[in-house]
Design a protein around this ligand. Structure first.
Ligand SMILES: *[C@@H]1O[C@H](CO)[C@@H](O)[C@H](O)[C@H]1NC(C)=O
Length: 290
């Protein structure tokens, strides 16, 4: 009798915590950040689907380093300004990045309030009025390694380690996506799209700033601080699965891994599947639920 009383009290307390977490996140904001060379328009299909699924707070971010010669900080600040607008209004947030956009969101969340990926006790911690970050979703992330953040002196110039399609215009500080004749953007980014659509999106590409792409990251969100979901595109020609796997296999990395039958810019080729993943990871602790 007494034991069952305590069990039910405990269960109620536990459920309250879980339900409170759900209630807080019933209307999460979703912030979507494109990769190098890309405009935020590449998220429009996904944004429309999220709106149909009753998501009310949807933001895409135009990276200042696309079309302007700037460093990485303006990219980070652009994401932070949208992020803190939502957090300060008490809204929980899911951040979605594609390619280099994952590098930017990973840096933008440094010091931000979170649902810890490794400990469920974080559910009841932190100031209640403020929103928290639920998860980061990396679509084909082109991201810093643990090694280069912990030992910045070992980080290589991207001239030596970038995808072959990067075309460096060293006198202007611009990088374009047409560096590989055998792998034009139509094939490197959009190999799942019909030819006409691939041509259209290729025509929209702009230069990225070398200094933004070559900057050294200062923070790792994926070693336990945040829930970070790495989505591998099985036919990704820019960050192919084998390369993505090297990020995932790093000792100390704690990704939740998802696979999509997709190319590099999966928001355009697989908008339904990408939307489903965002929905799945817009609940705290999605990775420990069945
Ligand atoms: C690119 O980054 C590397 C490593 O951080 C640095 O040594 C190099 O000077 C940078 N390249 C240029 C051209 O600024």
């Amino acid at each position: 009798m007494q034991l069952s009383f305590f069990i039910s009290v405990f269960l109620c307390a536990f459920l309250n915590v879980v339900l409170a977490a759900d209630a807080r996140s019933s209307d999460p904001a979703v912030i979507m950040v494109p990769g190098a060379f890309h405009s935020p328009e590449v998220f429009e299909k996904v944004k429309r689907r999220l709106a149909q699924a009753n998501y009310k707070f949807l933001d895409t971010v135009a990276l200042p380093s696309v079309g302007h010669v700037v460093g990485r900080q303006p990219d980070i600040d652009a994401v932070k300004s949208v992020l803190y607008k939502h957090l300060n209004l008490g809204r929980d947030v899911v951040l979605v990045g594609n390619s280099y956009g994952c590098t930017v969101i990973g840096e933008a969340v440094k010091g931000a309030p979170r649902y810890s990926a490794s400990s469920s006790s974080a559910v009841v911690a932190g100031p209640e009025a403020r929103g928290r970050i639920i998860s980061l979703v990396y679509l084909s992330g082109y991201i810093p390694t643990i090694q280069e953040v912990e030992h910045p002196e070992t980080k290589q110039d991207i001239h030596h380690v970038s995808p072959a399609l990067f075309n460096y215009h060293d006198n202007s500080g611009e990088v374009t996506a047409d560096g590989d004749e055998d792998l034009p953007p139509q094939k490197a980014f959009y190999n799942f799209l019909p030819a006409k659509e691939a041509d259209y999106w290729t025509s929209k590409l702009r230069f990225s700033s070398f200094n933004a792409l070559n900057a050294t990251a200062t923070y790792l969100p994926y070693t336990g601080d945040f829930e970070v979901v790495y989505v591998i595109g099985s036919q990704d020609k820019s960050v192919p699965p084998a390369w993505a796997q090297t990020f995932i296999d790093q000792p100390g990395a704690k990704f939740t891994v998802e696979q999509l039958d997709a190319d590099h810019v999966s928001m355009l080729s697989k908008p339904k599947e990408v939307t489903d993943l965002i929905v799945k990871y817009s609940r705290p602790f999605a990775h420990v639920r069945v």
